[in-house]
Design a protein around this ligand. Structure first.
Ligand code: SAM
Length: 426
């Protein structure tokens, strides 16, 4: 670093400062301007972003607004990746190394509910955390998968407009946030990471359509994993060109540091056939919708009761779980799937039980809403029963106008339907 950096003392000195904390406003739910106007904690904007803010408050992961999915806690320099994706076409997007979902939720906000987003994570327990974040943020057009990159590359050749590889790395930019990354660092580990990144990039490249883009990022400063990785990739793949690349260092940017490179596959996106033996996009089948008319009727009755009009194809999985399939979703039958668009609920043949995801994605549109103060919202989040003057039936329980989950009104009381695993412990 001493050889590479102009101002090495400033770089070293940055490690004496506390880590920079940030949040990114979920523009699927609220505009950054409105958020700033109403936020009960101080915020200052992150340069180069439109929805990122520095925060000093400690417990923002336990705030009512966090439960309502109004923001995602994200390290400020990591926000540059989603910002870079702004200029890219995003009708079919793959986030290949997605957990816990910082970049997925950013991409989703940029997509504004349009197109399809596949968020993939190879590690099953991390994939569950990713899926929960996708649910909390109310993302309607995202499927969460758990697969190795080579499996997806087999299924989706030349399919995506944008593939993000936020690669596993040696994490030099994590040294302050996660001190455990320090003893794990070694030259051998940098070399291991570089090899793994190279393998992931090879698979990612296969999935980019002609004219499509590959966005690569790490939170490390090692050239083997950053600039040299991209140089070598371009040598192996003359069909790609580098559009731009930037590296944020902690002494130059108020953040922990990040590397990001944007590449484009040559060719015309209207002609997605690239290379011999590559199937055209049109041959990738759409997600097979399994219609269950009884289940659909039960859902319609529920939707009518809460005043929640929804359009789109509903599929019922063999276990009774129902999903609203995002338009254009490809067949994912051969992949381990944790979430497919918005889960509507469960139909057991007698009763329809609404899913929490439905409230988080579309609850804001419901007619029957119970608007709570911050204090009352805390009670709901702890699983308590509330009082209401709403007539009997289902309602969406909101912190002001922002959905937190479902409740069922019976005789002036609201039975709490927030899933037990999501409740706040005292
Ligand atoms: N994009 C995420 C975010 O913004 O929240 C962070 C991703 S993290 C830097 C890298 C992820 O890659 C980890 O979740 C890790 O489990 C996953 N990973 C590890 N080995 C992998 C491999 N061989 N192929 C694909 N992903 C891998």
């Amino acid at each position: 670093m001493k050889e590479r950096l102009g101002d090495f003392p400033a770089f070293l000195a940055s490690y004496e400062e506390p880590p920079k904390k940030g949040l990114r406003v979920n523009t699927l739910k609220i505009s950054p301007e409105e958020f700033v106007r109403r936020a009960p904690f101080p915020l200052s904007p992150v340069k180069g972003t439109t929805s990122g803010f520095y925060v000093s408050e400690e417990k923002l992961g336990a705030d009512v607004w966090h439960f309502a999915g109004l923001y995602y806690l994200q390290e400020p320099s990591a926000m540059t990746v989603g910002e870079t994706a702004k200029s890219c076409k995003k009708s079919r997007v793959l986030d290949l190394c997605a957990a816990p979902g910082g970049k997925t939720t950013h991409l989703a906000a940029e997509m504004g509910g349009e197109g399809i987003l596949i968020a993939n994570e190879i590690d099953p327990s991390r994939a569950r955390a990713l899926s929960q974040n996708v649910e909390r943020m109310g993302i309607p057009n995202c499927a969460v998968t758990c697969a190795p990159p080579e499996k997806l590359a087999e299924l989706f050749p030349a399919y995506f407009d944008l593939v993000l590889v936020d690669a596993p790395c040696s994490g030099e930019g994590m040294f302050k946030k996660e001190p455990n990354a320090i003893p794990e660092w070694s030259e051998e580990n940098v070399a291991r990471c570089a090899l793994r990144q190279r393998q992931i990039l090879e698979e990612a490249a296969k999935m980019v359509c002609a004219g499509g883009r590959l966005l690569y990022s790490t939170c490390t400063f090692a050239e083997e994993e950053d600039e040299w990785q991209i140089e070598e990739f371009l040598r192996r793949h003359p069909e790609f060109a580098l559009l731009r690349q930037n590296k944020l260092y902690p002494h130059e940017f108020r953040g922990e540091g990040h590397f990001c490179a944007l590449l484009e596959k040559k060719g015309d996106s209207s002609c997605p056939l690239v290379g011999e033996g590559v199937r055209p996009r049109a041959s990738i089948k759409p997600y097979p919708v399994r219609k269950n008319s009884e289940a659909n009727r039960a859902f319609s009755a529920f939707a009518e009761e809460v005043g929640l009009p929804l359009e789109g194809e509903i599929t019922t999985l063999p276990d009774g779980r129902m999903y609203l399939v995002p338009a254009g979703m490809p067949d994912l039958s051969n992949v381990r799937l944790l979430r497919l668009g918005v889960e509507l609920g469960e139909w057991d043949g007698k009763l329809f039980k609404p899913a929490h995801a439905l409230a988080m994605a579309f609850g804001g549109k419901a007619k029957r809403k119970l608007s709570l103060s911050r204090e009352e919202s805390e009670k709901y989040l702890r699983g308590e029963t509330l009082q209401t003057d709403l007539s009997n039936g289902w309602c969406v329980v909101c912190a002001e106008e922002f959905p937190l989950g479902f409740g069922k009104c019976v005789g002036g009381m609201v039975k709490n339907h927030l899933p037990k695993g999501l409740r706040k412990v005292k």
